[in-house]
Design a protein around this ligand. Structure first.
Ligand code: G1P
Length: 285
């Protein structure tokens, strides 16, 4: 079994739900307390042993690239003032291991993943959607890599969602469950609640076999007129092992304002310097 060394981070989206904040700034750069959303995903990938990160970007996203580079003026000025730059640790790309690929047209998640096919080659790979912010230790992708070591094949993070929300997610037809693993028998993208096979939703973490790229090459438009990763993955069922993994931790949907603010509170409560003041305020509020 080949190890999972590469990860795709689709960051091409327009972020219209956060306008006007995202007019001139990518939504992936919005901070949760003191780190941009994208950095949480990068940290999670690195913790899971990912060596190469492939960002699928679009116009207006180059500040993401800058975030993972040296900021000479800032570093030099801070050093002259005797201030530690340790806080910037973790923001530096390993030379040659952060790749940026443009998705020229917003044709869907499946298309974004396919844009990275040349870099993926014939290796298994992970996909992390930075909008889904995962809080837990070990991190979500690390938990999935551990599951992958046992069962191989394809894995998606699975979570029970509100039955009324099936139109927001890829939905799983579940088979037998064994601990954190659930067999995936079918997948459908954003069904109506009346047609949904369950309320087990796909959360934005995947470990996939490279064969999905060949399927994506010919994948037709699906839900919302977009090329859907879910539709391509569905075609692997029965040909390769396919499991859902229940994450031991908390997920925040930062693609949505209320999820974003909730995540801010949850992550702030983990920081000793600000938690007491915040707790006080929340109690009074
Ligand atoms: C995407 C996927 C969907 C998945 C979701 C998780 O949808 O297409 O299957 O459930 O991410 O966040 P999006 O949120 O991009 O509409």
């Amino acid at each position: 079994m080949k190890p999972v060394r590469k990860a795709i981070l689709p960051v091409g989206g327009l972020g219209t739900r956060f306008l006007p904040a995202t007019k001139a700034m990518p939504k992936e750069m919005l901070p949760i307390v003191d780190r941009p959303l994208i950095q949480y995903a990068v940290d999670e990938a690195r913790e899971a042993g990912i060596e190469q990160l492939i960002f699928v970007t679009s116009r207006g996203k180059s500040v993401i690239e800058d975030h993972f580079d040296h900021a000479f003026e800032l570093e030099t000025t801070m050093e002259h003032r005797g201030k530690s730059i340790d806080i910037l640790e973790g923001t530096l790309a390993t030379p040659g291991d952060f790749l940026f690929i443009r998705q020229q047209q917003p044709l869907g998640l499946g298309h974004a993943v396919w844009c990275a096919r040349r870099v993926i080659g014939d290796e298994p790979f992970a996909v992390l959607l930075p909008d889904d912010l995962m809080q837990g230790s070990p991190g979500c992708l690390r938990q999935m890599v551990e599951a992958y070591a046992k069962v191989g094949g394809n894995l998606i993070c699975a979570e029970e969602i509100a039955p009324a929300d099936t139109r927001k997610y890829g939905i799983i037809t579940p088979g037998t469950r064994d601990g954190v693993l659930t067999e995936v028998k079918g997948l459908v993208e954003k069904p109506d609640p009346a047609e949904a096979p369950s309320n087990l939703g796909i959360i934005g973490r995947y470990i996939l076999q490279p064969e999905v790229m060949d399927i994506l090459a010919n994948q037709e438009e699906g839900a919302g007129g977009e090329i859907q990763l879910t539709d391509a993955m569905a075609q692997l069922i029965g040909r390769q092992a396919f499991h859902g993994v229940t994450f031991q931790g908390r997920r925040f949907d930062c693609g949505d304002k209320s999820g974003f603010v909730t995540a801010t509170v949850a992550f702030a409560m983990e920081q000793r310097e600000i938690a007491p003041a915040l707790r006080d305020f929340m109690a009074r509020y």
